[in-house]
Write a new protein. Structure first.
Length: 461
């Protein structure tokens, strides 16, 4: 018997209750609230032959990029596979995607979800998982175009339209189409003020355009809508970036300590990523962060040798190197080298092309070998998208390279790199400060003072 969800997508299960429960859980996942995976697992205890329920749980777990969830992901995939005979084409497409993911072929997984979308453009789960995977894998163009391929099939009458606007807004922003990104993002937030992903897409536009005051207002005026969501830590990180650019270090540390340093024993990776990403930027600015690195390194250490995702590994490395934790540094390096020798999954390319050179550069930076940092990062900076994440997150590579060039006294190179940043974002005080340091190093005091004046006037306004 064929059933369907609220968007008319075929569901093979004959009972309506678990389908409605799945839609409710999916809505929570889309808006980053509650515990949708746990809720669906509970539903599956009552309806263990609900194949789309297993696809939802396993599909959501693909996005965690953590070994601790691996067993659950495989268990639900195997349950779905055992039910494949009674599943429909759409559900079999989801099963194929998750099997590819579990096998380490992340790109094949996304292709399988995309094949589902060609037949079923209103399959919001396939779109969400493919889109989030595009972000994890750094497939910038598809962050926009995968949504574009289905976009005309959607309008306000289709449930979940606002989330599709949010995906599209983020994809447009990562492809530097800021005006259209902001328009779609704001439209999504108007439809649903609690849509954290769309709030986030607009925050990215403001970050990339150096609209610090506007970004602070955008986030602060909506705090009640996002601060209790499961996406809150990353959104706090975004808010802190605006303050960082303005040199408001006290506020940055306040945000970090109040919102990115929870005592949650679950060791939620995304929180640790954001905390690390913020503390490393403060390190580049030579800010003393006290014992925060030590506390963070304690949280990273249990997963030091995961090698599941290069993006995680480089953040673990920042933490261990900053805390001078030699054993953990060795553990990450050795695990990565072993992994590169043995594995052939999609993360190998990410690790080889960007992950390992960046990890080595991080260690070199903390050991004061700034020339080595430059030599390691200069050749890879324009391939850094293979690490996954957003332009805003990967900016940490370009900034580390520039700071190392300044400290290595390679001032002409530093000026070239600083020029690149000020041309892209002339309203960034940090960019003008970096430019000024390069100019001062070259002995051009007058030009350095002009650059400092630029930084000063932006801060004052
Ligand atoms: Fe972000």
């Amino acid at each position: 018997m064929t059933n369907s969800d609220s968007r008319g997508m075929p569901v093979s299960y004959p009972r309506n209750d678990p389908i409605r429960a799945l839609e409710a859980a999916h809505e929570k996942a889309l808006s980053f609230v509650g515990a949708p995976v746990d809720e669906m697992v509970a539903v599956l205890e009552e309806y263990p032959d609900f194949v789309m329920g297993h696809c939802f749980v396993a599909g959501m777990l693909t996005q965690a990029m953590e070994t601790r969830i691996y067993g659950d992901m495989v268990r639900h995939l195997e349950a779905a596979e055992a039910l494949a005979g009674q599943a429909n084409d759409r559900e079999r497409g989801h099963i194929k995607a998750i099997r590819a993911w579990v096998s380490g072929d992340f790109h094949a997984a996304v292709e399988a979800w995309d094949a589902v979308l060609v037949e079923y453009p209103l399959d919001l789960l396939a779109l969400q998982l493919a889109h989030l995977s595009d972000v994890l894998l750094g497939d910038t163009v598809n962050q926009r175009d995968r949504v574009a391929r289905v976009f005309p099939a959607w309008d306000e009458n289709v449930p979940g339209y606002g989330y599709v606007l949010g995906f599209y807004a983020f994809g447009l922003e990562e492809n530097r189409d800021y005006s259209q990104a902001e328009e779609y993002g704001r439209r999504a937030v108007a439809l649903n003020p609690k849509d954290g992903y769309s709030i986030h897409a607009v925050a990215h536009v403001m970050e990339m355009q150096g609209r610090q005051a506007g970004g602070i207002w955008w986030m602060n005026s909506r705090e009640k809508d996002w601060a209790t969501s499961n996406f809150a830590n990353h959104l706090w990180w975004h808010l802190s970036l605006y303050h960082l650019d303005l040199g408001q270090v006290d506020r940055v540390l306040e945000i970090h300590d109040s919102n990115l340093r929870s005592a949650d024993p679950s060791h939620e990776k995304y929180e640790e990523l954001d905390s690390t990403a913020l503390l490393w930027r403060l390190k580049l600015m030579d800010v003393d962060v006290g014992d925060r690195w030590r506390q963070l390194a304690d949280r990273w250490e249990p997963s030091a040798a995961d090698t599941l995702y290069a993006f995680n590994d480089v953040h673990a490395m920042m933490t261990f190197a900053a805390d001078n934790r030699r054993g953990a540094i060795e553990a990450v390096m050795n695990a990565n080298e072993r992994y590169l020798d043995d594995a052939n999954d999609a993360n190998v390319a990410m690790t080889r092309i960007v992950g390992m050179p960046f990890s080595r550069a991080i260690v070199a930076f903390c050991e004061g070998r700034y020339g080595d940092v430059v030599d390691l990062l200069l050749p890879i900076r324009y391939r850094s998208q293979y690490l996954g994440g957003s332009h805003a997150q990967r900016d940490i590579i370009a900034w580390t390279l520039l700071e190392a060039a300044l400290r290595a006294r390679r001032y002409k190179l530093a000026l070239a790199l600083a020029n690149e940043r000020t041309q892209l974002k002339p309203s960034s005080p940090q960019n003008w400060n970096l430019t000024a340091r390069a100019l001062r190093g070259m002995g051009d005091v007058a030009a350095a003072e002009r650059a400092e004046a630029c930084a000063h006037s932006i801060r004052r306004n």
